[in-house]
Design a protein around this ligand. Structure first.
Ligand code: GTP
Ligand code: MG
Length: 562
């Protein structure tokens, strides 16, 4: 025969009423992350005497016992039939409340224009194509009114608008508009490159902004290519592509005090008493799924409290979303550990949470802690307060840091706040953390233009159709911005291939007539004939194959005259 003592959790209640065998209850509970008490028979036997004594004492005093005992007959096979219980899992909405992965795409630059000034009495008016506008950028801003990343469940992709194309009469295109993504203060932004994640921004204070993706540069119009040698160029560029990437967001709340404890201990109730916050309070575990913040004012000093969702045994391994919840404690200067006095084993609860803190991050256990022994208004809790206090003292917790409270009636809550304030005052002011430098658009542009055209690598792929991949940041951008509709642009690209050493490197590696050279998204066919006629012929054929009408006219100085 085995005794199972069930506490006040809704899950336990449902299991208790369904009278499921102990083994399947244990399996169900551990599956659901509830690895607490009912895990092993050994644990039951340790708890059982104390709990039955308390139940008996409670009934003697006419108190409704909060723990129920159910008997299972190990001999009776009927008790061991498999029962199909609905699997309790953590609700879906918590899955991404403090981490999120989003895709940001800045706007492309606008296309440059090829145009010539045509005006009565102004013969040979010259090139007048304007430049394209810059693409909009993506910014991230910390917003004081937010406390979770849950909005990113609904929206994952963020785009900024592209720049407008340039037009004739030297009119430049308008810039695209920026997109600002609001996040709660305490958000860390990471980018993964080749499996390595590095922080690109950390938004700690409301109003702080960081650039995530810079918009592309506008393409130059033909007026920009006018030189003494070529005063009527037909050449213009496409706009540069805006940066795009997947970024990982992680929220680590910024609060002075973190309220921690097992589920249902009364953490949210405590927050609602010490501050004007109105978190949901309910008599079942996991009422709180996203941390709540509250501001408490005492002696003209404000303290920010964070009510962290309940932690379970095994939280450091991620059980019951432990990682997500524990992460929030990292930035708190001090912890208030709420112990549920009405729990069958308050000391076990305390120890379990301390172990989880230590296993998650040993620094957490060194944070100053105030232990709030809660629910003192209940007779059971009050009876065991002294035992618990003595135990905590033996564990090294200073007597002044153990406060018996009743969050529901407000008894002792002021003492908690006073103690918290005293500890905070004793602590040195936190040094302002150096924020990671977030590059400005100018920095990003500088960085991009620092890339050199002769900095490239060649990767042959001769297995099937003979391909030669040429990798190089500057070269790929050059290919992307080249407007192949104009012969002059094609000829310019050809010159760049020669001058940067790509052509000679390809020749050296044994490229053959008809092979394909891939540069970014552009594919070119290799021919050994490097004469201008051959290049023009190839360009003209490509344009015809595209069905493009060759630009220009008999009056317009263009390649069609050739
Ligand atoms: N009698 C009594 N009940 C309390 C006290 N504090 C909290 N409770 C009750 O305990 C239950 C749980 O309270 P919550 O504040 O939601 O507990 P929590 O720790 O935030 O729970 P989770 O968010 O689920 O982790 C509620 O029914 C509260 O009314 C108290 O001091 N005395
Ligand atoms: Mg709560």
């Amino acid at each position: 025969m085995l005794l199972l003592y069930a506490g006040s959790g809704a899950l336990l209640k449902s299991l208790v009423s369904s009278k499921v065998p102990v083994c399947s209850i244990a399996a169900q509970l551990s599956q659901s992350g509830f690895t607490k008490r009912p895990c092993s028979a050994a644990h039951f036997s340790r708890q059982a005497p104390a709990a039955s004594r308390r139940v008996a004492e409670g009934s003697a005093r006419g108190v409704q016992p909060r723990a129920q005992a159910i008997e299972f007959d190990l001999e009776d096979e009927a008790d061991f039939e498999e029962v199909d219980l609905p699997r309790k899992s953590v609700p879906v909405e918590v899955r991404c409340f403090d981490t999120a992965r989003i895709h940001v795409e800045a706007g492309n630059g606008g296309r440059g224009c090829t145009a010539f000034r045509r005006e009565k009495f102004v013969p040979k008016g010259g090139p007048s194509g304007g430049n394209g506008g810059e693409g909009g950028s993506i910014w991230m801003e910390a917003h004081a009114g937010l406390n979770s990343l849950s909005s990113f469940r609904r929206q994952v992709h963020f785009r900024a608008t592209p720049g407008a194309p340039g037009v004739g009469s030297n009119k430049h295109g308008a810039g695209g508009s920026d997109t600002v993504i609001n996040v709660p203060p305490g958000t860390v932004v990471r980018v993964s490159e080749n499996g390595d994640a590095h922080v690109i921004a950390e938004l700690l204070h409301a109003g702080q902004r960081a650039l995530l993706a810079a918009g592309g540069r506008g393409g130059r119009g033909n007026a920009s290519f006018k030189t003494a040698a070529d005063n009527a160029p037909t050449l213009s560029e496409h706009g540069e592509k805006g940066q795009e990437m997947w970024v990982d967001l992680e929220l680590k709340l910024v609060a002075d005090v973190g309220i921690i404890g097992v589920p249902n201990a009364g953490k949210s109730t405590l927050l609602s008493v010490v501050s004007a916050a109105k978190p949901k309070v309910a008599p079942y575990p996991f009422t709180t799924l996203t941390p709540n913040l509250g501001v408490c004012e005492l002696d003209f000093l404000t303290t920010v409290f964070a009510d962290i969702p309940g932690l379970l045994e095994g939280a450091h391994t991620g059980t019951g979303l432990g990682h997500e919840f524990l992460r929030h404690t990292q930035r708190c200067r001090l912890l208030v550990h709420v112990v549920d006095g009405s729990s069958p084993d308050p000391i076990g609860d305390y120890k379990a949470i301390q172990t989880e803190l230590e296993l998650f991050n040993p620094e957490l256990i060194d944070k100053p802690q105030v232990v709030a022994y809660n629910k003192m208004d209940l007779p059971d809790s009050a009876d065991y307060a002294d035992d618990v206090r003595e135990f905590l003292h033996q564990q090294g917790v200073g007597r002044e840091n153990i406060v018996a409270i009743s969050a529901a009636t407000g008894q002792g809550v002021l003492n908690v706040v006073r103690r918290v304030r005293a500890l905070l005052d004793e602590m040195p002011e936190p040094e302002p953390q150096p924020l990671p430098e977030t590059p400005s658009i100018r920095d990003i542009r500088k960085q991009r233009s620092a890339a050199r055209l002769d900095d490239f690598t060649i990767e042959p792929d001769l297995g099937g159709p003979r391909l030669w991949h040429v990798h190089g940041v500057a070269l790929q951008r050059f290919a992307q911005m080249t407007n192949w509709d104009y012969y002059e642009a094609t000829a310019r690209f050809q010159r760049v291939l020669e001058n940067s050493g790509v052509s000679s490197a390809l020749r050296k590696q044994g490229i053959m007539e008809g092979d394909t050279v891939v540069i970014g998204e552009v594919e070119l066919e290799w021919t050994d004939d490097q004469s201008e006629q051959a290049l023009y012929g190839a360009w003209k054929d490509a344009q015809k194959a595209k069905g493009a009408v060759l630009p220009g006219s008999a009056r317009w100085p263009s390649a069609t005259a050739r």
